[in-house]
Design a protein around this ligand. Structure first.
Ligand SMILES: Nc1ncnc2c1ncn2[C@@H]1O[C@H](COP(=O)(O)OP(=O)(O)OP(=O)(O)O)[C@@H](O)[C@H]1O
Ligand SMILES: [Mg+2]
Length: 919
């Protein structure tokens, strides 16, 4: 691992402000260039110097001439690509020319392009990108993760490679963690792109826009939001540069693979993505795949029943592994459950379904805690709390029945299980981009994962100004109560001086506890937790003002700019207090980074108690005993490197577990990913092709070949099997079956099939037949794919019961899923041919296949219903949830309908309401 840059930077003597840009960096780079990191940085730094050299050239240009550079660049790119195509012998002018690698020409143009962008930024935003920002831009362009501390100006950094790569016209996606940031960042850089003649689109939940300087939306106070003009998704994607959230980019990809006509496609290829807050998106969020689903019937009663069983378990009935977050029943527990359920052997195969329900009920009961892992709204909705950010993850549901189990445990309405229409993990979605890059303040601790899963290198880019923040050693208290009280005291102390304090907690409960202490003292504060995340950005932005106290969850308001108020610098800057150590060092670092932005002064301090989860799991008891033995009072903290080290080791271990579990997600998803690729590719071919007859011919050949492999002498079921697919005259089938040579059987059968098909075509007319082929194929493919997803899900759920022996569940899963996929392909062939050979013009007309109107398969119908409902629902946006938590509000059945992560739209659950109330 590399060193900690902030540490190195701290050793720097303060440069004068004016020279800061150059001195800090130059000095830094004058050090030894040993390892690969530094070599890379040095190369990039040199490249940045080329940009610097060009500064005066573009400075001299007037606005018009400067804006014209875009066209000049584009022409150069075109010309270079033409040459490259000719060299590679790709000069036919088909509709789909294979893309030529544009890396070389873009690298050549980079210094000029960056220099122009810098000049424009100076003119329209009044910001001159620093050298380190140029380096960041280069790192992104080259497909790396650029680690740049918070407040270093990453929003502006992304503009540079976005402009450069946008010049090719192939599209650039700038990916943000939420709707707010997507709009803000598009609108922030918008004037630069606009000046340069580059179009900008925005894709968010429920809405899409294009940037238009003429357009004025009066509803927004923030200037950056005012020029976003509503547009279709297709238009937003057609822009040179498109800002959007990870969820929506992913969902649109899935939606596009459910659409029935080319004209409905939203996206055009996945070319280059710049992922902001890349650790949050590619690591934290990567544990839950994107799913679009529709309701499927399942009886919720069993969930209530099993919740009751789980509630009756006592600690000796199970073994809890807190580190891995798993529970297993002891023999005693198994006996107890069997008795309650009245079954002899819980683990016999016929009880698989029981075990599955039971397992989720036990996890819900023992591992998942209300107000920590999830909250329950007054309307009886169970909403997941993101463990890293403390945000409410609305619409997202735990999968595999866990969410239902929690609903049953809480006695609220159990929502119907759903059927998956389409799904993909973030890992596999982002790997679809031709080039991927990312930026964040905190990536280095996860460098290995970025490399292994995404083949991304993490480049640590030094700060523009040395970091002046002081990170104090952890204070360790014996009890949690004493710790929280001490935090409140500390806040008060700083507050009296006027210094702003930002407190980050891992749970809502902690913040509320601290708030109570402050209330008692009559100290005013802002509390920001998952319950009112709408005002998050606005509140966090003010956290640096004099006397401000902000209690927030760990990463609340990530990406929000915290500016120090007047006179705060002199008081020592922002004080950041961590009320506990998080499982992951990265999250702690993120919190720390809230202070000391852009070389500002600041202090950070973490408070730990022996009763904190992390301490409890790893040696907390020993420390506590030691403290007691040493006669340390409850309100006396100790501060020792040894414990901090232990904590860090504990964090590393948990990070390791989490990495493993994400790797596991990928490994399983990789299996289905291969299937998805094949199916989506086929689907796209059909969707875009007018004439799929060659494909139909292939199906005929393959099917006939398979059916005629053995004669009826060998395969006694020959006639039966043949007739099941091709309903021909019995005598003919018999004749084929009796032929001795495989070649002859094959030939005769194929002739018969082709003849039958030709007859069909005469019935319809060739033109209509081509249409029918296309529609039938799509319909069958979609139906089978949906079934396949469901089968795969069941396989996945059941796999660890199957492989109780020594067998590796993943290996088992792979081989079983291959069988399922082979089955899918065979079914596809047979279904398509059977329908095409038997369908009559009347039936086709009734099915809407031939009348030229859009024909919908079940999947596309459902998918559209989904998106529509999604749109209506999501129009509420990041809705303010405050009311949901007011005491005494009425319980009503949930009325939400969402296309979201982890699951989606659930039908209104009126029927089950009575049951929920019963409890
Ligand atoms: N070259 C520059 N010169 C002056 N100010 C700049 C420059 N670049 C960025 N800034 C300012 O720095 C502040 C922080 O920018 P920004 O929010 O993009 O940082 P960030 O690196 O994305 O931080 P975070 O990690 O919190 O998201 C903004 O106020 C921005 O205007
Ligand atoms: Mg940012």
């Amino acid at each position: 691992m590399g060193e900690d840059w902030s540490y190195m930077a701290k050793k720097e003597k303060k440069p004068t402000d004016k020279l800061a840009d150059k001195t800090a960096l130059t000095k830094f780079l004058q050090g030894i260039f040993g390892d690969a990191q530094k070599k890379t940085l040095r190369r990039m730094w040199k490249k940045a110097q080329e940009v610097n050299k060009l500064e005066s050239k573009y400075e001299k240009m007037d606005d018009e001439e400067l804006a014209e550079q875009t066209e000049i660049f584009k022409k150069k790119i075109d010309k270079a690509l033409k040459v490259a195509r000719a060299e590679q012998g790709i000069n036919r002018s088909g509709k789909k020319r294979p893309p030529v690698d544009d890396t070389k020409i873009l690298n050549e143009l980079l210094p000029d392009v960056f220099a122009v962008a810098r000049e424009v930024s100076k003119r329209v935003l009044g910001l001159r990108p620093y050298d380190v920002q140029l380096i960041g831009g280069i790192a992104l362009h080259e497909g790396n993760v650029a680690e740049m501390k918070t407040g270093e100006g990453k929003t502006l950094v992304a503009m540079l490679p976005a402009y450069l790569n946008g010049l090719t016209g192939r599209g650039v996606h700038v990916v943000t963690v939420n709707d707010y940031l997507a709009q803000r960042d598009a609108g922030w850089n918008g004037p630069i792109y606009d000046f340069l003649g580059m179009s900008v689109g925005v894709i968010i939940n429920n809405a899409s826009f294009v940037y238009d300087s003429e357009y004025e939306n009066e509803d927004h106070e923030d200037e950056r939001f005012r020029h976003l003009k509503p547009a279709t998704r297709k238009e937003a994607y057609a822009a040179d540069i498109t800002y959007g959230t990870n969820n929506e980019f992913g969902f649109d990809y899935l939606r596009d693979n459910m659409t029935s006509e080319v004209q409905y496609l939203r996206q055009r290829g996945l070319n280059f993505a710049i992922v902001d807050e890349v650790d949050s998106i590619l690591i934290d969020e990567a544990r839950t795949p994107l799913i679009i689903s529709a309701p499927a019937g399942d009886n919720p009663d069993s969930y209530y029943q099993f919740a009751k069983v789980a509630a009756r378990l006592t600690p000796e009935d199970y073994i809890l592994d807190e580190k891995r977050r798993s529970v297993t029943l002891t023999d005693k527990g198994i006996e107890k459950v069997q008795e309650i359920l009245g079954v002899d052997n819980l683990y016999s195969t016929k009880n698989t379904r029981l075990v599955y329900h039971l397992e989720q009920a036990i996890r819900a009961e023992i591992i998942f805690k209300r107000d920590k892992d999830y909250v329950v709204t007054n309307s009886g909705e169970v909403i997941i709390v993101d463990e890293h950010t403390g945000r409410l993850m609305q619409g997202r549901r735990y999968n595999e029945g866990l969410h239902q189990a929690i609903e049953a445990k809480e006695g609220v309405v159990v929502k119907q299980e759903s059927m998956t229409l389409a799904t993909i993990s973030f890992q596999n979605f982002f790997r679809l981009y031709t080039k991927l890059s990312g930026m964040t303040g905190t990536a280095f601790t996860e460098a290995e994962e970025f490399q292994q899963i995404y083949a991304l290198d993490v480049i640590q880019i030094p700060p523009n100004k040395p970091i002046a923040r002081v990170d104090k050693d952890d204070l360790i208290y014996k009890t949690k109560v004493a710790k929280l009280k001490a935090i409140a005291e500390e806040i008060k102390k700083y507050h009296e001086k006027g210094q702003p304090v930002l407190v980050g907690s891992g749970s809502i409960a902690n913040n509320e506890e601290i708030a109570r202490y402050l209330d008692a003292q009559g100290i005013h504060y802002e509390i920001l937790n998952a319950k009112n995340n709408e005002r998050e950005a606005a509140i966090i932005a003010k956290a640096g003002e004099k006397g401000a106290i902000t209690l927030a969850t760990n990463m609340a308001g990530r990406g929000t700019d915290i500016k120090l108020g007047d006179g705060v610098k002199e008081l020592g800057g922002l004080v950041v207090i961590g009320s506990e150590r998080h499982d992951s060092r990265r999250v702690d670092n993120q919190l720390r980074g809230r202070g000391g932005r852009q070389g500002d002064p600041g202090t950070t301090q973490f408070f730990v108690s022996c009763e904190d989860d992390l301490m409890r799991i790893f040696q907390g008891d020993r420390v506590k005993m030691l403290m007691t033995r040493l006669g340390v009072d409850d309100d006396m903290p100790i501060q020792t490197k040894a414990i901090s080290k232990t904590l860090e080791a504990a964090q590393k271990r948990i990070e390791g577990f989490n990495f493993d579990s994400r790797k596991n997600v990928v490994q399983y998803d990789n299996v289905i990913n291969r299937h998805r690729k094949v199916v989506y590719m086929m689907r796209r071919k059909i969707l875009e092709g007018d004439d799929i007859f060659p494909e139909i011919k292939r199906l005929m050949r393959d099917e006939v070949k398979m059916l005629t492999e053995f004669s009826s002498r060998v395969n006694k079921k020959f006639d039966e099997e043949f007739k099941a697919v091709f309903d021909f005259d019995d005598d003919l089938i018999h004749e084929i079956g009796l032929m001795r040579k495989e070649k002859d059987r094959d030939k005769l059968a194929l002739e018969a099939v082709e003849e039958a098909y030709h007859k069909k075509e005469l019935e319809f007319g060739a033109e209509t037949m081509r249409k029918v082929e296309r529609e039938v194929y799509l319909k069958v493919l979609d139906t089978l794919w949906m079934q396949h997803l469901e089968n795969m899900q069941h396989l996945r759920e059941g796999i660890h019961w199957r492989s109780v022996g020594q067998r590796d569940p993943l290996v088992e899963y792979r081989s079983e899923s291959q069988k399922l996929f082979d089955g899918l392909q065979r079914n596809l062939r047979e279904e398509v041919l059977k329908i095409l050979l038997s369908i009559t013009p009347a039936e086709a007309a009734a099915d809407n296949v031939t009348d030229g109107e859009e024909y919908e398969s079940e999947l596309t119908k459902m998918a559209e219903g989904q998106t529509e409902r999604g749109v209506n629902e999501i129009s509420a946006g990041d809705k303010n949830m405050d009311d949901e938590f007011k005491k005494g509000a009425k319980k009503t059945a949930p009325k939400r309908a969402v296309v979201r992560k982890g699951s989606s739209k659930k039908k209104s659950a009126k029927k089950k309401k009575s049951k929920a109330k019963r409890k």
